[in-house]
Design a protein around this ligand. Structure first.
Ligand code: DGP
Length: 120
């Protein structure tokens, strides 16, 4: 899917644009990271592309550089947040996964032992 600039009714596009306040953790030219409003772990950060992409399900070759950059930013953020004990990265895609905000995002969760299970 082509990366589009902004979708007017998308919460995360509006956060990136500064129209909805957020607690910023990191920003570069292609991505923005901020604290989740409903944290599921002591550290719960979301990192999103600045351009609107619906989810993992629509990613294609044209997005590879962007997604690669986001993952190297995740490693930087984990270091900054001192998640040396480990952390989990989750991206919900579509209804079965419980995606509620339809703008690609990666949850970075850490600060507690989460065990081995992935699905509650
Ligand atoms: P998901 O289920 O993967 O689509 O999770 C979306 C996450 O986005 C959820 O953990 C709560 C978070 N979220 C939703 N609206 C806002 C908001 O306005 N601000 C912040 N900081 N987080 C939000």
């Amino acid at each position: 899917m082509a990366e589009t600039e902004k979708k007017a009714d998308c919460i995360f596009c509006r956060i990136v644009a500064g129209e909805i306040p957020s607690t910023k953790v990191f920003e570069d030219e292609v991505s923005y990271a901020f604290r989740d409003i409903n944290p599921q772990a002591p550290t719960h950060i979301l990192i999103v592309p600045k351009t609107h992409i619906e989810s993992c399900a629509v990613l294609g070759e044209e997005n590879e550089a962007l997604v690669g950059k986001i993952f190297s930013n995740i490693a930087k953020i984990a270091k900054e947040e001192k998640l040396s004990g480990g952390f989990r990265v989750i991206s919900n895609s579509g209804d079965d996964a419980g995606q509620t905000v339809h703008h690609l995002h990666f949850h970075i969760l850490g600060g507690k032992e989460m065990g081995e299970g992935l699905v509650p």
